[in-house]
Design a protein around this ligand. Structure first.
Ligand code: SF4
Length: 400
């Protein structure tokens, strides 16, 4: 098929197969990809609304046994820079989130062997007891699998227990590239294979949770493998309809074991547009301005994105790998309006909550991103002593 014929098929609402998607990705001019993706976006969201959410990205621990080669965030068990946040610290972060109009935490962390499932259940219950309306968008599929493995509790039971404790939805982190060849090279196959990641999302959808889906590109994968990733997501979405949105970002190489260079802005926009075209059963596609910066984030709206993601109050993972773009609500709204769209606040289910908070009341401006912990803070939360550790270092620490 020629590029023109594939473009006509997309314009007519047709579904692309792998060969057609590859031909389009490789051969179509960037403006054509943007045009096709923009048309799909306009059909799905004819009112020109661009949504965003006010939430906080909290990483409850940086201690991790997975050791992914693309990760600059984790610290090994026993490392002096390893931390676990205390419940009180997390409450304080929630208070700050509420003060700027937020209603949700995106809570993710390393695969810490010294946090049993009871720690998560107690944390979630404590959050819900104190903030009944506050939402917990927490624990990516590999974290769920890690909890299942170290506690020897089956995945459906882990999900059931966490939902009973207060889990509202699951973020799509840890998907990286859903191709096991790539996962083995990046040392993220054992934390979750492609089938395991998808299987946990299937379980979550069956349990009634909505989740997001992600893709990190720009390491060792081929174009064919990027398309395979998208097709696997599309297939699960056909089956369950449980994904609310798709988010893609480029690998951030600084301070990682894998190293290398970062993909360009044009490659990002092409990949984003391709995702919008291939994922014909996803309503929402996010702009990843945290890795691309506000200007490319704004351009994303012309390449299929209809959502600006989260107002970043705190970010630790991408920052550790060298990117620390920051936009508060005022800047996100300015970018959206300047591009000719209508900004609206939303919740995790992509339901519109209203107009920008700062137009309704005074909120503190956030001109710098917060971090999980300040560098000189090595404190160990009191409540950790209530939970049994598994690692030698963790056991020693809890005896102190
Ligand atoms: S990406 Fe996540 S699972 Fe992998 S090493 Fe980093 S913190 Fe651990």
């Amino acid at each position: 098929m020629t590029i023109d014929a594939i473009a006509s098929k997309v314009a007519a609402g047709g579904r692309l197969d792998a060969a057609e998607a590859l031909a389009l990705y490789r051969g179509a001019p960037t403006h054509l990809l943007g045009h096709l993706a923009g048309e799909i976006r306009a059909t799905r969201h004819p009112d020109r609304v661009v949504t965003y959410i006010i939430d906080r990205n909290v990483n409850y621990t940086n201690v991790c046994v997975a050791r992914c080669r693309f990760c600059a965030f984790y610290r090994p068990v026993g490392d002096a820079e390893g931390y676990v946040l205390g419940f009180e610290e997390i409450f304080q972060k929630i208070d700050e989130t509420i003060a700027v109009g937020g209603g949700q935490l995106l809570l993710q962390g390393g695969h810490n062997p010294d946090l049993p499932i009871g720690w998560y259940e107690d944390l979630f219950r404590a959050v819900k007891a104190r903030y009944p309306q506050f939402k917990l968008h927490a624990l990516s599929p590999p974290e769920v699998l890690h909890i299942s493995r170290i506690n020897q509790v089956p995945v459906p039971d882990v999900i059931g227990r966490l939902v009973a404790a207060g889990l509202d939805s699951i973020p799509g982190g840890g998907a990286e590239m859903l191709v096991d060849r790539v996962r083995k090279i990046l040392n993220c196959y054992t934390k979750a294979s492609a089938d395991e990641w998808l299987g946990i999302m299937r379980e979550a959808h069956h349990a009634g949770l909505r989740t997001t889906a992600t893709m990190m590109y720009g390491t060792v994968e081929t174009s064919e493998e990027r398309i395979e990733h998208l097709l696997r997501l599309r297939s699960l979405q056909d089956e369950t309809g449980g994904f609310t949105a798709f988010i893609t970002w480029s690998y951030q190489p600084e301070h990682t074991e894998h190293g290398g260079t970062e993909a360009t802005g044009v490659e990002y926009l092409r990949t984003l547009a391709l995702a919008r075209i291939v994922l014909d059963n996803f309503d929402n596609v996010q702009a990843s301005w945290v890795t691309q910066g506000g200007k490319v984030g704004q351009l994303s709206l012309g390449f299929g994105a209809n959502d600006m993601g989260s107002v970043m109050i705190e970010e630790n993972v991408v920052r550790a790998a060298g990117a620390s773009y920051c936009m508060d609500e005022l800047e996100i709204v300015a970018n959206v309006e300047d591009a000719g769209y209508v900004p609206k606040r939303r919740n995790m289910h992509y339901e519109v909550l209203g107009d920008p908070v700062f137009r309704e009341r005074d909120v503190p401006r956030m001109l710098a991103l917060a971090t999980a912990r300040t560098d000189d803070d090595a404190s160990v939360p009191d409540e950790l002593s209530r939970y049994p550790a598994r690692s030698r270092q963790g056991k020693a620490l809890r005896l102190q």
